[in-house]
Design a protein around this ligand. Structure first.
Ligand code: ZN
Length: 56
């Protein structure tokens, strides 16, 4: 389910306005960052960086 308003939403990771993405914990993550997150999921140091962003 997409939530498209105007030209999109602000991604919490890259802070760019994107139309394609997912919602995690009421935050928006664009498709590009979602791919990055899934690819680094096993790297704990990087992953915790994203988790901190999510908690912001
Ligand atoms: Zn992004």
């Amino acid at each position: 389910m997409k939530n498209q308003r105007d030209s999109g939403e602000i991604c919490i990771i890259c802070e760019n306005q994107k139309t394609e993405g997912i919602h995690v914990l009421e935050s928006f993550i664009c498709t590009d960052c979602e791919k990055k997150m899934t690819s680094i999921e096993t790297t704990h140091s990087d992953y915790s960086y994203y988790v901190q962003k999510l908690k912001k």
